[in-house]
Design a protein around this ligand. Sequence first.
Ligand code: GLA
Length: 393
Amino acid sequence: MTGTERQQLLDAIRARFLREFGAAPARMFFAPGRINLVGAHLDYNGGDVLPMAVDRGVYVAATMRDDDRIRLVSLDQKSAHDLTAGKVPPRGEPSYGWANYPLGVWHGFRSRTGRARGFDLVYGGDLPMASGLSSSAAIEVVTALAFDAFYKTGYDRQQLALLAHRVENGYVGLRCGIMDQFASALGKPGHVLWLHCAGPRYEHVPFDGSRCEVLVMDTKKPRSLSKTHFNDRVAQCATAHETLRNHVRDLPHLADYDLADLEAASSAMDEVLFRRARHVITEMGRIQKGVVALRAGDYAELGRQLDASHRSTAVDYEVSCRELDVITDAARAQKGVFGARLTGAGFGGCAIALVEPGLGMRVAEQVGKVFAREFGVNAGFDLLRVGTGPVEL
Ligand code: GLA
Protein backbone atom coordinates (compact mmCIF):
# COMPACT_ATOMS: atom_id res chain seq x y z
CA MET A 1 0.00 0.00 0.00
CA THR A 2 1.41 3.40 -0.97
CA GLY A 3 1.43 6.44 1.29
CA THR A 4 -1.42 7.91 -0.76
CA GLU A 5 -3.54 4.77 -0.42
CA ARG A 6 -2.95 4.75 3.32
CA GLN A 7 -3.97 8.40 3.53
CA GLN A 8 -7.13 7.59 1.58
CA LEU A 9 -7.94 4.79 4.00
CA LEU A 10 -7.47 7.09 7.00
CA ASP A 11 -9.64 9.74 5.33
CA ALA A 12 -12.33 7.12 4.66
CA ILE A 13 -12.29 6.02 8.32
CA ARG A 14 -12.58 9.63 9.54
CA ALA A 15 -15.35 10.41 7.04
CA ARG A 16 -17.31 7.34 8.12
CA PHE A 17 -16.90 8.29 11.77
CA LEU A 18 -18.25 11.76 11.05
CA ARG A 19 -21.18 10.35 9.09
CA GLU A 20 -22.09 7.74 11.71
CA PHE A 21 -21.54 9.75 14.87
CA GLY A 22 -21.84 13.39 13.79
CA ALA A 23 -18.39 14.54 14.97
CA ALA A 24 -14.75 13.93 14.09
CA PRO A 25 -13.02 11.16 16.10
CA ALA A 26 -11.00 12.29 19.11
CA ARG A 27 -8.02 9.97 18.44
CA MET A 28 -6.75 7.37 15.97
CA PHE A 29 -4.61 4.28 16.53
CA PHE A 30 -2.94 1.54 14.48
CA ALA A 31 -1.81 -2.04 15.18
CA PRO A 32 -0.05 -4.29 12.65
CA GLY A 33 -0.85 -7.76 11.36
CA ARG A 34 1.89 -10.37 11.18
CA ILE A 35 3.40 -13.20 9.24
CA ASN A 36 5.24 -16.05 10.91
CA LEU A 37 8.56 -17.08 9.36
CA VAL A 38 8.96 -20.39 11.23
CA GLY A 39 7.41 -21.94 14.32
CA ALA A 40 4.04 -23.22 13.16
CA HIS A 41 1.65 -24.20 15.96
CA LEU A 42 4.39 -24.00 18.55
CA ASP A 43 3.05 -21.17 20.69
CA TYR A 44 0.39 -23.20 22.50
CA ASN A 45 2.93 -26.01 22.91
CA GLY A 46 5.34 -23.86 24.92
CA GLY A 47 7.74 -23.52 22.00
CA ASP A 48 9.39 -20.65 20.13
CA VAL A 49 8.03 -18.68 17.19
CA LEU A 50 9.52 -16.18 14.79
CA PRO A 51 6.84 -13.75 13.63
CA MET A 52 7.24 -10.37 11.96
CA ALA A 53 4.85 -7.45 12.31
CA VAL A 54 4.05 -6.21 8.81
CA ASP A 55 3.40 -2.77 7.38
CA ARG A 56 -0.33 -3.46 7.23
CA GLY A 57 -2.88 -3.75 9.92
CA VAL A 58 -5.96 -2.29 11.51
CA TYR A 59 -6.77 1.36 12.26
CA VAL A 60 -9.37 2.58 14.69
CA ALA A 61 -10.90 6.01 15.08
CA ALA A 62 -12.13 6.40 18.62
CA THR A 63 -13.99 8.73 20.94
CA MET A 64 -14.77 7.93 24.54
CA ARG A 65 -18.37 8.64 25.56
CA ASP A 66 -19.80 10.12 28.72
CA ASP A 67 -22.44 7.41 28.96
CA ASP A 68 -22.21 3.61 28.65
CA ARG A 69 -23.23 3.27 25.01
CA ILE A 70 -20.89 1.29 22.74
CA ARG A 71 -21.09 1.80 18.99
CA LEU A 72 -18.92 -0.28 16.67
CA VAL A 73 -18.60 0.16 12.92
CA SER A 74 -16.16 -1.34 10.43
CA LEU A 75 -15.44 -0.19 6.89
CA ASP A 76 -15.05 -3.82 5.80
CA GLN A 77 -17.94 -5.48 7.61
CA LYS A 78 -21.65 -5.10 7.00
CA SER A 79 -22.72 -5.54 10.60
CA ALA A 80 -22.55 -2.52 12.91
CA HIS A 81 -23.33 -2.75 16.62
CA ASP A 82 -24.96 -0.36 19.06
CA LEU A 83 -25.42 -1.54 22.63
CA THR A 84 -25.12 -0.42 26.21
CA ALA A 85 -22.59 -1.72 28.74
CA GLY A 86 -25.18 -3.86 30.48
CA LYS A 87 -25.88 -5.69 27.22
CA VAL A 88 -22.28 -6.73 26.51
CA PRO A 89 -22.40 -10.53 26.77
CA PRO A 90 -20.07 -12.11 29.32
CA ARG A 91 -18.67 -14.40 26.55
CA GLY A 92 -18.39 -13.82 22.82
CA GLU A 93 -21.51 -14.65 20.84
CA PRO A 94 -21.58 -15.70 17.18
CA SER A 95 -24.21 -13.06 16.38
CA TYR A 96 -21.67 -10.32 17.19
CA GLY A 97 -19.19 -11.64 14.60
CA TRP A 98 -16.09 -9.41 14.33
CA ALA A 99 -17.40 -7.18 17.16
CA ASN A 100 -16.59 -9.91 19.68
CA TYR A 101 -12.95 -8.78 19.50
CA PRO A 102 -13.51 -5.15 20.60
CA LEU A 103 -16.25 -6.21 23.02
CA GLY A 104 -13.88 -8.74 24.57
CA VAL A 105 -11.23 -6.04 25.02
CA TRP A 106 -13.80 -3.70 26.55
CA HIS A 107 -14.77 -6.49 28.90
CA GLY A 108 -11.10 -7.14 29.77
CA PHE A 109 -10.57 -3.49 30.72
CA ARG A 110 -13.76 -3.43 32.72
CA SER A 111 -12.75 -6.44 34.78
CA ARG A 112 -9.23 -5.10 35.35
CA THR A 113 -10.02 -1.44 36.00
CA GLY A 114 -13.70 -1.36 36.89
CA ARG A 115 -14.27 1.23 34.15
CA ALA A 116 -17.30 0.74 32.00
CA ARG A 117 -17.57 3.90 29.90
CA GLY A 118 -18.89 3.67 26.38
CA PHE A 119 -16.99 4.28 23.13
CA ASP A 120 -17.66 5.17 19.53
CA LEU A 121 -15.27 3.21 17.33
CA VAL A 122 -14.79 2.91 13.57
CA TYR A 123 -12.34 0.30 12.27
CA GLY A 124 -10.66 0.04 8.89
CA GLY A 125 -7.64 -1.85 7.67
CA ASP A 126 -5.45 -2.98 4.83
CA LEU A 127 -5.10 -6.64 5.81
CA PRO A 128 -7.20 -9.23 4.07
CA MET A 129 -9.62 -10.52 6.74
CA ALA A 130 -9.43 -14.12 7.97
CA SER A 131 -6.49 -14.91 5.73
CA GLY A 132 -3.76 -15.85 8.17
CA LEU A 133 -2.25 -12.39 8.70
CA SER A 134 -3.86 -11.95 12.11
CA SER A 135 -6.46 -9.31 11.48
CA SER A 136 -8.22 -10.41 14.67
CA ALA A 137 -5.12 -9.93 16.86
CA ALA A 138 -4.61 -6.52 15.22
CA ILE A 139 -8.21 -5.54 16.13
CA GLU A 140 -7.66 -6.69 19.72
CA VAL A 141 -4.33 -4.93 20.09
CA VAL A 142 -5.44 -1.66 18.49
CA THR A 143 -8.54 -1.59 20.70
CA ALA A 144 -6.48 -2.34 23.81
CA LEU A 145 -4.08 0.47 22.87
CA ALA A 146 -6.98 2.88 22.43
CA PHE A 147 -8.60 1.99 25.76
CA ASP A 148 -5.23 2.18 27.51
CA ALA A 149 -4.72 5.67 26.09
CA PHE A 150 -8.19 6.94 27.04
CA TYR A 151 -8.19 5.34 30.48
CA LYS A 152 -4.51 6.26 31.08
CA THR A 153 -3.89 2.76 32.45
CA GLY A 154 -0.23 2.89 31.38
CA TYR A 155 -0.03 -0.77 30.34
CA ASP A 156 3.18 -1.72 28.56
CA ARG A 157 3.16 -3.55 25.22
CA GLN A 158 3.47 -7.00 26.79
CA GLN A 159 0.53 -6.31 29.11
CA LEU A 160 -1.54 -5.19 26.13
CA ALA A 161 -0.58 -8.39 24.29
CA LEU A 162 -1.55 -10.55 27.25
CA LEU A 163 -4.86 -8.77 27.67
CA ALA A 164 -5.58 -9.20 23.94
CA HIS A 165 -4.65 -12.88 24.14
CA ARG A 166 -7.07 -13.43 27.01
CA VAL A 167 -9.81 -11.99 24.82
CA GLU A 168 -9.10 -14.61 22.16
CA ASN A 169 -8.87 -17.49 24.64
CA GLY A 170 -11.41 -16.54 27.25
CA TYR A 171 -13.91 -14.40 25.38
CA VAL A 172 -13.86 -15.60 21.76
CA GLY A 173 -12.99 -19.18 22.73
CA LEU A 174 -10.12 -19.97 20.34
CA ARG A 175 -7.47 -21.88 22.27
CA CYS A 176 -4.64 -20.18 20.39
CA GLY A 177 -1.22 -19.36 21.80
CA ILE A 178 0.24 -15.89 22.34
CA MET A 179 2.07 -15.42 19.06
CA ASP A 180 -0.33 -13.18 17.14
CA GLN A 181 -1.00 -10.68 19.91
CA PHE A 182 2.69 -10.49 20.87
CA ALA A 183 3.76 -10.10 17.23
CA SER A 184 1.35 -7.21 16.79
CA ALA A 185 2.02 -5.50 20.13
CA LEU A 186 5.83 -5.88 20.06
CA GLY A 187 6.60 -5.23 16.41
CA LYS A 188 9.84 -3.34 15.81
CA PRO A 189 11.00 -1.87 12.47
CA GLY A 190 13.73 -3.92 10.80
CA HIS A 191 13.28 -6.88 13.17
CA VAL A 192 11.41 -10.09 13.68
CA LEU A 193 10.32 -11.23 17.11
CA TRP A 194 11.92 -14.35 18.55
CA LEU A 195 9.34 -15.23 21.13
CA HIS A 196 9.85 -17.97 23.70
CA CYS A 197 6.20 -18.58 24.45
CA ALA A 198 6.81 -20.56 27.63
CA GLY A 199 8.21 -17.50 29.48
CA PRO A 200 7.04 -15.53 27.82
CA ARG A 201 10.37 -13.95 26.94
CA TYR A 202 11.41 -12.40 23.68
CA GLU A 203 14.18 -10.76 21.75
CA HIS A 204 14.22 -8.95 18.43
CA VAL A 205 16.38 -10.35 15.62
CA PRO A 206 17.30 -8.16 12.62
CA PHE A 207 15.63 -8.87 9.28
CA ASP A 208 17.24 -7.12 6.31
CA GLY A 209 14.47 -6.20 3.90
CA SER A 210 17.04 -5.00 1.34
CA ARG A 211 18.33 -8.59 1.02
CA CYS A 212 15.06 -10.48 1.10
CA GLU A 213 11.55 -9.63 -0.04
CA VAL A 214 8.50 -11.10 1.64
CA LEU A 215 5.84 -12.01 -0.89
CA VAL A 216 2.43 -12.83 0.52
CA MET A 217 0.29 -15.12 -1.62
CA ASP A 218 -3.42 -15.24 -0.85
CA THR A 219 -5.10 -18.43 -2.08
CA LYS A 220 -8.47 -16.74 -1.41
CA LYS A 221 -9.57 -20.02 0.10
CA PRO A 222 -11.80 -19.01 2.99
CA ARG A 223 -10.43 -19.98 6.32
CA SER A 224 -12.55 -18.91 9.18
CA LEU A 225 -9.95 -19.86 11.82
CA SER A 226 -11.96 -23.01 11.92
CA LYS A 227 -12.20 -23.11 15.67
CA THR A 228 -12.98 -26.81 15.66
CA HIS A 229 -9.97 -27.92 13.61
CA PHE A 230 -7.68 -25.60 15.48
CA ASN A 231 -8.92 -26.63 18.92
CA ASP A 232 -8.61 -30.29 17.81
CA ARG A 233 -4.90 -29.81 17.20
CA VAL A 234 -4.53 -28.17 20.60
CA ALA A 235 -6.27 -31.14 22.23
CA GLN A 236 -4.17 -33.70 20.31
CA CYS A 237 -0.97 -32.00 21.43
CA ALA A 238 -2.18 -31.98 25.03
CA THR A 239 -2.81 -35.74 24.81
CA ALA A 240 0.61 -36.38 23.22
CA HIS A 241 2.23 -34.33 25.99
CA GLU A 242 0.36 -36.27 28.66
CA THR A 243 1.54 -39.57 27.13
CA LEU A 244 5.15 -38.38 27.07
CA ARG A 245 4.90 -37.27 30.69
CA ASN A 246 3.53 -40.62 31.78
CA HIS A 247 5.84 -42.81 29.74
CA VAL A 248 9.13 -40.98 29.38
CA ARG A 249 9.76 -37.94 31.58
CA ASP A 250 7.90 -35.02 33.03
CA LEU A 251 8.67 -31.81 31.11
CA PRO A 252 6.48 -28.70 31.24
CA HIS A 253 5.68 -28.44 27.51
CA LEU A 254 5.42 -30.67 24.46
CA ALA A 255 8.01 -28.49 22.71
CA ASP A 256 10.57 -29.40 25.42
CA TYR A 257 10.88 -33.06 24.35
CA ASP A 258 13.28 -34.49 21.78
CA LEU A 259 12.91 -37.16 19.13
CA ALA A 260 14.43 -39.86 21.35
CA ASP A 261 11.69 -39.19 23.93
CA LEU A 262 9.09 -39.45 21.23
CA GLU A 263 10.47 -42.76 20.00
CA ALA A 264 10.43 -44.07 23.55
CA ALA A 265 6.72 -43.19 23.84
CA SER A 266 5.73 -44.31 20.36
CA SER A 267 4.10 -47.59 21.38
CA ALA A 268 1.85 -45.71 23.82
CA MET A 269 0.56 -43.24 21.25
CA ASP A 270 -1.41 -43.62 18.07
CA GLU A 271 0.13 -42.72 14.74
CA VAL A 272 -1.68 -39.38 14.42
CA LEU A 273 -0.56 -38.14 17.84
CA PHE A 274 2.96 -39.31 17.04
CA ARG A 275 3.03 -37.17 13.90
CA ARG A 276 1.55 -34.14 15.67
CA ALA A 277 4.27 -34.36 18.33
CA ARG A 278 6.97 -34.96 15.72
CA HIS A 279 5.99 -31.74 13.98
CA VAL A 280 6.25 -29.79 17.23
CA ILE A 281 9.64 -31.27 18.14
CA THR A 282 11.23 -30.91 14.70
CA GLU A 283 9.82 -27.40 14.25
CA MET A 284 11.75 -26.33 17.36
CA GLY A 285 14.94 -27.36 15.54
CA ARG A 286 13.93 -25.28 12.53
CA ILE A 287 13.48 -22.22 14.75
CA GLN A 288 17.03 -22.58 16.06
CA LYS A 289 18.40 -22.91 12.53
CA GLY A 290 16.21 -20.05 11.33
CA VAL A 291 17.53 -17.68 13.98
CA VAL A 292 21.15 -18.63 13.21
CA ALA A 293 20.46 -18.04 9.51
CA LEU A 294 18.86 -14.65 10.20
CA ARG A 295 21.78 -13.54 12.34
CA ALA A 296 24.19 -14.59 9.59
CA GLY A 297 22.07 -12.84 6.94
CA ASP A 298 21.78 -16.22 5.20
CA TYR A 299 18.34 -15.95 3.59
CA ALA A 300 18.88 -19.05 1.44
CA GLU A 301 19.23 -21.12 4.61
CA LEU A 302 16.27 -19.37 6.23
CA GLY A 303 14.28 -20.25 3.09
CA ARG A 304 15.21 -23.94 3.45
CA GLN A 305 13.80 -23.86 6.97
CA LEU A 306 10.55 -22.39 5.62
CA ASP A 307 10.30 -25.19 3.04
CA ALA A 308 10.89 -27.86 5.67
CA SER A 309 8.39 -26.20 7.99
CA HIS A 310 5.73 -26.26 5.27
CA ARG A 311 6.33 -29.98 4.61
CA SER A 312 6.05 -30.78 8.29
CA THR A 313 2.85 -28.74 8.78
CA ALA A 314 1.37 -30.42 5.71
CA VAL A 315 2.40 -34.04 6.37
CA ASP A 316 2.69 -34.36 10.14
CA TYR A 317 0.39 -31.61 11.37
CA GLU A 318 -2.10 -31.73 8.47
CA VAL A 319 -3.12 -28.10 8.49
CA SER A 320 -2.25 -27.37 4.86
CA CYS A 321 -4.58 -27.87 1.89
CA ARG A 322 -4.14 -28.37 -1.84
CA GLU A 323 -4.29 -24.64 -2.57
CA LEU A 324 -1.50 -23.88 -0.08
CA ASP A 325 0.60 -26.80 -1.34
CA VAL A 326 0.23 -25.78 -4.98
CA ILE A 327 0.96 -22.11 -4.38
CA THR A 328 4.09 -22.82 -2.29
CA ASP A 329 5.34 -25.46 -4.77
CA ALA A 330 4.83 -23.04 -7.63
CA ALA A 331 6.78 -20.38 -5.74
CA ARG A 332 9.67 -22.76 -4.98
CA ALA A 333 9.93 -23.57 -8.68
CA GLN A 334 10.71 -19.92 -9.50
CA LYS A 335 14.20 -18.49 -9.78
CA GLY A 336 15.16 -16.29 -6.86
CA VAL A 337 12.82 -17.88 -4.31
CA PHE A 338 14.58 -18.78 -1.05
CA GLY A 339 11.65 -20.72 0.41
CA ALA A 340 7.90 -20.75 0.96
CA ARG A 341 5.36 -21.90 3.50
CA LEU A 342 1.83 -21.35 4.71
CA THR A 343 1.46 -18.67 7.36
CA GLY A 344 -0.94 -18.49 10.28
CA ALA A 345 -2.99 -21.48 11.32
CA GLY A 346 -3.32 -22.98 7.83
CA PHE A 347 -6.51 -24.59 6.44
CA GLY A 348 -6.54 -21.96 3.65
CA GLY A 349 -5.70 -18.27 3.55
CA CYS A 350 -2.19 -17.03 2.84
CA ALA A 351 1.29 -18.40 2.24
CA ILE A 352 4.54 -16.47 2.13
CA ALA A 353 7.63 -16.74 -0.04
CA LEU A 354 11.03 -15.24 0.70
CA VAL A 355 12.44 -13.87 -2.53
CA GLU A 356 15.64 -12.23 -3.76
CA PRO A 357 15.31 -8.44 -3.85
CA GLY A 358 13.56 -7.09 -6.93
CA LEU A 359 12.11 -10.42 -8.07
CA GLY A 360 8.98 -10.63 -5.92
CA MET A 361 6.43 -9.31 -8.38
CA ARG A 362 7.85 -11.37 -11.25
CA VAL A 363 7.54 -14.48 -9.07
CA ALA A 364 3.97 -13.40 -8.26
CA GLU A 365 3.09 -13.24 -11.95
CA GLN A 366 4.39 -16.76 -12.66
CA VAL A 367 2.86 -18.31 -9.56
CA GLY A 368 -0.44 -16.55 -10.34
CA LYS A 369 -0.57 -18.26 -13.74
CA VAL A 370 0.03 -21.72 -12.28
CA PHE A 371 -2.58 -21.17 -9.58
CA ALA A 372 -5.21 -19.84 -11.99
CA ARG A 373 -4.66 -22.82 -14.31
CA GLU A 374 -5.09 -25.24 -11.44
CA PHE A 375 -7.99 -23.67 -9.54
CA GLY A 376 -9.52 -21.08 -11.89
CA VAL A 377 -8.94 -18.47 -9.15
CA ASN A 378 -6.83 -15.32 -9.26
CA ALA A 379 -4.67 -15.53 -6.16
CA GLY A 380 -3.73 -12.22 -4.50
CA PHE A 381 -0.08 -11.15 -4.24
CA ASP A 382 1.62 -8.39 -2.35
CA LEU A 383 5.04 -7.47 -1.04
CA LEU A 384 5.08 -6.93 2.71
CA ARG A 385 7.60 -4.96 4.69
CA VAL A 386 8.54 -5.21 8.32
CA GLY A 387 6.20 -2.92 10.20
CA THR A 388 6.18 -1.01 13.46
CA GLY A 389 4.38 -1.95 16.64
CA PRO A 390 1.07 -0.35 17.58
CA VAL A 391 0.98 3.45 17.57
CA GLU A 392 -1.30 6.40 18.08
CA LEU A 393 -1.48 8.43 14.88
C1 GLA B 1 -3.06 -18.96 14.69
C2 GLA B 1 -3.10 -18.78 16.20
C3 GLA B 1 -1.66 -18.65 16.76
C4 GLA B 1 -0.79 -19.79 16.29
C5 GLA B 1 -0.91 -19.99 14.79
C6 GLA B 1 -0.21 -21.23 14.28
O1 GLA B 1 -2.58 -17.83 14.07
O2 GLA B 1 -3.85 -17.64 16.53
O3 GLA B 1 -1.71 -18.56 18.16
O4 GLA B 1 -1.10 -20.96 17.00
O5 GLA B 1 -2.26 -20.08 14.35
O6 GLA B 1 1.17 -21.09 14.38
